[in-house]
Ligand binder design. Structure first.
Ligand code: SF4
Length: 95
C-alpha cells in the first residue's frame, strides 16, 4: 500500500522536499538585479507574514498564485491582501 502524500499547507518551498523547484525559484531570485530586490531583512519579514497566512499553500500564495519566496524578493512585489504593508522597504535590520 502506498504511503499517503503528506502536504504542508503552511510551508515555504525552503521547507518542502522539492529541491528542483526550490533551486529554480532561488535561481530566479538570484537573477533579479540588485536594484529590484528588497533587503534580506525585508525578505525575511515578508516571509514571516506569509508563514502565518492562511493563503500559503506549499510555497504558493493561493490568493495570487505566486511562489511567495519569489514575490517577496522584489521591491515591486506586493501582497494581494496588503499584509506586508507595515514592512518598509528601507528596513535593513529588525530593531
Ligand atoms: S502574499 Fe499575502 S496573501 Fe499571499 S501568502 Fe503571503 S501574506 Fe498571504
Amino acid at each position: 500500500m502506498m504511503e499517503p502524500v503528506r502536504k504542508c499547507r503552511k510551508c515555504l518551498l525552503a521547507e518542502l522536499d522539492n529541491e528542483k523547484l526550490l533551486a529554480d525559484v532561488r535561481q530566479a531570485v538570484d537573477r533579479l538585479g540588485e536594484e529590484l530586490k528588497v533587503s534580506d531583512e525585508v525578505y525575511r519579514l515578508r516571509l514571516e507574514v506569509c508563514k502565518e497566512c492562511d493563503y500559503l499553500n506549499e510555497g504558493t500564495c493561493n490568493a495570487c498564485g505566486c511562489y511567495v519566496e519569489l514575490r517577496a524578493a522584489t521591491k515591486a512585489g506586493s501582497c494581494p491582501y496588503s499584509k506586508w504593508k507595515g514592512i518598509k522597504l528601507d528596513v535593513h535590520k529588525q530593531a
